[in-house]
Design a protein around this ligand. Sequence first.
Ligand code: ZN
Length: 406
Amino acid sequence: MPVSDGETLRARDLLLPRADTNREASRRRVLRAVMLAPATQQVAIAATTGLSQATVSGVVQDLQREGVLRVTGAEGERGNRVHLGNITGAAVGVDVGHQRVIVAARRVDATDLVTAEAGIGAQHPREAWMAKVQEMIKDLTAEIGLTLDDVISIGLGLPAAIDPRTAKITQVVATSQWDLTGHPATWFADWFPDVPVIPDNDANLAAYGEYLHGAGHDAKSMVYVKASSGIGAGYVAYGVIKRGKRGLAGELGHLTIDRNGVICRCGSRGCLETVAAGPRLLARVREAYEPYGTTPPANLDELITRARHGDTVCCRVLKDAARDIGFALALASNITDPETVVLGGTLGKAADMLIDPLTASIREYGLAGMFTHDSPLRIVGAQLGDLAGARGAMALGLLTEPPLRS
Ligand SMILES: [Zn+2]
C-alpha cells in the first residue's frame, strides 16, 4: 500500500522478513543495496545484489509506487538515480583492533559518515571494549539525529578468523589470551536485542571497505593487505569476500617466508609477521639506535613520520618491510591472480614511500604475465586509511540478510 506524503517509514520494519518468497527477498536485497549507496543507479543495484537488471527494474518500480523509493533523472533507466523515500534508519560498522576500536555510523538515506575512535581493543577485557562500543554507537546515532532503536545492522570486525557458515570464531591467530571465543553475533544481544550483528575478520572487512568505497572500487578482484601491529589480508572477487571453508583464507601474515626464521606467535616459524609486523619494525629501529642512546620511535606512526623527515634507519626498516610484504604478495598473487593489490593498514599511510619496493618484490617473485598482460596488475595504496575496516563492516552489515529466527 502506498505511503502517504510525509509519512516516515522505519528501515528496520522494511527489512523484516514477512513472507519467505523470492519476490520479498528481492525487495529486501534492492532496499539494502540502495541503503548501501544512496542515489545509486539500477545497474549498480544489479551488480550489488546479483539480481538481473529486469528484476531490479521491476522491484524499483514497485517500491517507487509504494513510496519506499524515489527515482530521479530523465536520462532513461540507465542514468536514473534511485534514492530512499522518507525512511529512517542507521547503519553501524565497528572495527575492533588490537588496542583501539573505531565505530562509524550513518543514516541509511545519506552518505555522510560520523566516526569515533577509542584506545581500547581486543587486548583488553571483552566486557570493557564492548561497553565502550555500545556508548560510542549511542553517541554517534544521536549525532545523526537518531536513537539506538533506529539501528538496523551492526557489522563487527574482529582480529580473529570467523567461520563463514556459523559466524563462530574459528581461531584467534594472534594470541590465545584474548577474550575472543564463541559466537560474536550474540555478544551485543543484551544491548541490541533486535539488531543483527554480522561479524567478520577485520582484514576481510578492511578489504571489503576498500573494494566498495576506496582503492579497489573499479576492480573486479582485489587482494588487500593490512599491515599494522599484525599483518592480515583479504581477497574480494566479484563482490564476494573469499573466506575459505573456516574463515582462515588470506592469513598472509602467517605465510612462512623463512622456514628457519624465528618462532611466530601463531606457533609456526618464519611467518611474514615475524619480519614485517609493526612490533618487529620498531624493534629493528631500537636495535640500531640503542648503542648510541638515540630515542627510538614509540609506535609505527611515529616511525613513518621519522622516515618522512629523512631518518635513514626508519626509511631502511620500512623499505625492507615493503620488500618482505611484496614477496608474500607475489605468492598470494600467483595463487589468486587479482586485478589490483592494495597496501593498507598503518603502512598504507606510507604507500608513497613503499609502493616502489613492494612492486619490485612482486615483479621479482610473481609471474611475469601479471605485468606483461594488456591489463597488468595494479599495485596501489589504500584510500580509506583507518576507516576501511569500519566502512567494510558497515557495508557487510547492511547487505547481509540475517538468518530467519525460528
Ligand atoms: Zn605466524
